[in-house]
Design a protein around this ligand. Sequence first.
Ligand code: TNX
Length: 513
Amino acid sequence: MLALALFVSCNKDAGDSAPDSGIDDSAADDTGARVPALGLVPIPEIVDVGEGEFVLDAGASIAWTGGGEGEAELLALALRGSTGWALPVVEGDGDVRLVLDAALDVPLEGYELDVDPSGVTITAPDTAGLYWGTQTLRELLPPPTLGADETAVAPTIPFVHVEDAPRFEWRGFMIDVARHFFPVADLERLIDLLALHKLNRLHVHLTDDQGWRIEISAWPDLTAIGGSTEVGGGAGGFYTQAEWQALVAYGAARHITLVPEIDFPGHSHAALASYGQLNEDGVPLDLYTGEGVITTPLWLDGEITYTFVEDVWTEMAAITPGPWVHIGGDEAIDATPDEYAAFLTWLGDVIMAQDKTPIGWDEIGSVDLEPPYLAQLWWHPDLAADAAANGATIISSPPEHAYLEMIQSADATYGDDWAGIVTTQDAYDWNPVRGGVDEIDVAGVEAALWTEWIDTVEKMDFMTWPRLCAIAEVGWTAEPDWTDFVERMPLHGERLDALGVGYYETPEIAWRR
Ligand code: TNX
């Protein structure tokens, strides 16, 4: 217990928090200088650092009680490669203990984590909380232990007491696989990285003018033709339904819900290139492989269009266990407001009949859809506010903060700049509650990576990190503090290094490389 005698705290109200943590709060007056040194990203609500550390050894086990076996298995899996140890998962007691305790009074997805001479205890009322607790634990270990390769660095864990819970329930990332296709393995790697940052939604933009990326059995040419290329004329690709379902399961095990987007009624060129009958003149369009944004509309006067869209969403709903689907709705510039409203209202009913909750880009705020639904704020905050007034919940994705295809410096060699240069500080210093919408109406935040310019994992990494670290913290942390974040990021960069992430070495951060 001696080890617990001296703790320093990072939380601003340390004096009146953590009443039963057994921690000597008299030390809370300390500056908490050792908390930034832990480099936790996103920063937990309360971190009290003790004197001393627990060291895992070759005989260590990972235990679960009351639930959390899957979360324990994933933690063991994450550490077996770097330690070379068996790390058996056991029910009951062990060196690392995951305790599911429905009575623990923390918000959804919250957890408590304690490291003391007896080992590590993570307690949470739900398995998501246990899982996020294991991610904090991974960050408390030395960075090389996050990698896949065996390391000689001892797996030490500082004595610490953590209490944590997210600010927002929606902490998302959107990847556009339509402009450039990324195979399943790339998305699994992405999911692992999102999980480390406690992001819990992966929105996959599956269709656009340049490509159709999901198998629809009733309309096989969508992938045979529409999936056969991409921006620049490359080979493209698509996910079979079985691959998609496996990816959904991979995400679900990591507490990340996949949200499929089929973007109608604009951005529909790939579908109209796949089937002549979806066009008024019966002739399929030529495939489009340009980099520029076009917004080819569906043929809204054609009866077959409605059969087609309903077929697509019937199959999609059947392979999407999560509650949400993204229906697009952006940049339908050829439709009149009445045509747009009629289509969206009809589509909303189709989605509701499948027991799913629709999400649309903020343009859907121009239509009085029947709640529940979500509107994703990007370019029309006024329309997002209209949607909120109509009962929608808002996902905040302002391009000047959250569009990661935007360049990060004036000398960037690729990327877009229509929303300006987006630095890591720009990705950090913003409030998702904006545009006249109340906090209660905001589900959370989502960063987006549109991929017109991004055709490799290297470019994906470079554009995504560390700006997504910043946005993850905006979504998780109630009181983000840029100066504090900058202090924590150099150590976090070592974690990204260990994971093989080729992030942009922004001069805003004093990387240790
Ligand atoms: C706007 S954001 C788009 C995308 C482009 C992106 C490029 C949105 C709903 N539409 O179609 O890929 O800009 O920056």
